[in-house]
Design a protein around this ligand. Sequence first.
Ligand code: PLP
Length: 379
Amino acid sequence: MMYLDNAATSPVRREVLEAMWPYLTADFGNPSSHHAVGEVAARGLAAARETIATALDCRAAEIVFTSGGTEANNLAVKGIALAAPRGRHIVTTAIEHEAVLASCDYLRRHHGFEVSLVQLGDGGLVDPGEVAAALRPDTTLVTIMHANNEIGTVQPIRAIADIARAAGVPIHTDAVQSAPWLEVGLRSLGVDALSVSGHKLGAPKGIGLLAVRGSVPIEPVLHGGGQERGRRSGTENVAGAVGLAEAIRLRASASASIGDAVRRSRDAIIDGVLGAVPGAFLTGHRDARLPAHASFCFPGTSGEAVLLELERRGIVSSSGSACAAGSDDASHVLVALGIDDDTARTAVRFTLDSTIVEADAARVVSAVAVAVAAVGSLR
Ligand code: PLP
């Protein structure tokens, strides 16, 4: 079986599990406990925070551990918007993850915020000039993802951040999909807050983080014992944090050639599929794209049926987003790109890992050609 759904989730890396193991067994303490057992856990947590801060170009005290990307996005959007001293206006895009869009919608419905969606260019790319045009004197937050999970488009986040910060508006970016492949430093990207999720990176599900500059006020979403400097209550997932630190460290020390190799396999899939399947088109931007991401529409088919055909041939892919899988709704991302609902339902996404080589790409291309032909002939 060839697993090509790494944007949905990835297996835990052996090194990550090994780093976690002591904190699940002998060093099981509660890091808030004032005794030796707790102190061992607290030291593990502090070391994890330091490792992550180095890799994410921020200070250890700026890391808030969360249960994952969804919680990090909720904390960033609600927390920064509600702590802002004045104004009730948010700038975002229509292709954000649901955790951002639903948080914005919550602020609109319950706290009187207005939400502006920035116009999208080719392949869902954001023009920083459009962000500048959307800013108002009462804007309290800009939240624009670094890379999109469904179409792989990578935004010019540094240029967008420079515009927001020059206007004195905090900027958050959802880096859940970019963190496994691209540099995602808080200061090097120029953002104020950045979300990361462990399970996309070779750490387990149930751990993630928000890196948020110390200068940016943030209202907690979870209230309780005041852990994480009062920004996120709840006993920390020490083993998860240690695993996330190891996954981020491994990613930061990985050689650039890994990204280059996966990019070549991705390109072989994109070029091969577009050449072999009549009517197929790529979704998202051709060049400003995650190195491991290939996504298509196959008009005249059903994406779900193509997935099943591919799975019968040993290839595991996805119709777009795991969150929307199972629902019959057309993807909000593809619809925002101007793709009609019926065509959006023909989407199939392949998200690679570093083990996929160009020979695998050839196998994917021929399986896709056969699967699409099989589904098309049934209709
Ligand atoms: N943001 C993006 C871009 C994602 O792709 C995902 C997960 O699919 C999330 C946020 C949510 O992350 P988690 O599954 O850790 O809650």
